[in-house]
Design a protein. Structure first.
Length: 247
């Protein structure tokens, strides 16, 4: 099965990868829905909605400060690095991520569509101004110097729209994909979860890499029941070997 995928990838013009929390699991970032998932222990409606932020900004900031500290202590794993290698050898490559942890960037991937924002960025609820980590004091519910609005993490919360430009671009790239890899996502949160379905409708070969089955499993042309930090380096090393032996 891996040989067949390597063959297909050698002839692939547009390779698109969608990642979810599972790709960062081997770095030590908790996923949301697994046995140890964050949403097993915390209620998203109390922490990751605008209503929660209005009702209890302090609690929401404490939760994001905790997650920032946790993410600040971790490093990319071989799965992240393999994808940045893949970007270098693929003809056209797009990485779409639902993760807010910045680990793809740290691993060297350049073109990233961050569907759900980035936990290290902040924005004002009043005027949308952006603030970096250095600009704010996250321990004291930061306030916008321009309009006095509260500053919040620049991540997408439940019930919120994704950045229209980012999701539009993600759909566009998915429609163009010859190969679409869905990596480490439970594929239940839309619109992210509809991207692989769209890619498949537009004739992409759909590949899933996940130790557990998901709603995509039956639709996928290839399913690798594996950890991304083990599978992706193997895939990329096979690709590179074939490329060098063929040249
Ligand atoms: P989930 O926690 O829902 O799913 C993580 C997936 O990763 C599961 O299917 C696991 O089986 C898989 N997994 C676990 N370890 C893995 C490994 N080592 N290698 C590969 N896969 C592994 O996370 P997401 O699908 O990313 O939204 O969740 C989607 C969105 O829901 C998140 O972006 C977040 C959350 O609420 C927002 O914050 C807006
Ligand atoms: Zn403002």
């Amino acid at each position: 099965m891996l040989d067949r995928l390597v063959d297909l990838m050698l002839n692939c013009r547009n390779c698109v990868v969608l990642t979810g929390a599972g790709i960062s699991a081997e770095s030590g970032v908790p996923t949301f829905r697994g046995k140890e998932g964050l949403w097993r222990k915390f209620r998203p409606e109390e922490l990751a909605t605008m209503e929660a932020f209005v009702a209890n900004s302090k609690l929401v900031w404490e939760w994001y400060n905790w997650r920032r500290t946790l993410m600040g202590e971790v490093k990319p794993n071989p799965g992240h690095y393999a994808l940045s290698e893949l970007e270098k050898i693929a003809e056209n490559f797009t990485l779409i991520t639902q993760n807010v942890d910045g680990l793809h960037h740290m691993a060297g991937t350049e073109q990233i569509l961050e569907l759900h924002g980035n936990i290290y960025r902040n924005k004002c609820v009043g005027c949308d101004s952006q603030f970096s980590e250095e600009d704010i004091d996250p321990d004291n519910i930061p306030v916008c110097p321009k309009c006095g609005g509260k500053i919040r993490p620049d991540v997408v919360w439940f019930g919120e729209m994704l950045d229209p430009e980012v999701i539009q671009e993600a759909y566009h790239r998915s429609e163009q994909a010859d190969i679409f890899l869905s990596v480490g996502t439970s594929a239940v949160i839309h619109p992210a979860a509809s991207l692989p379905v769209v890619a498949k409708q537009y004739q992409a070969t759909l590949v899933e890499i996940n130790p557990e089955p998901t709603p995509l499993t039956d639709l996928a042309d290839f399913c690798f029941t594996a950890k991304s930090g083990e599978f992706l380096p193997e895939l990329v090393s096979r690709l590179k070997d074939t490329l060098t032996s063929g040249s």
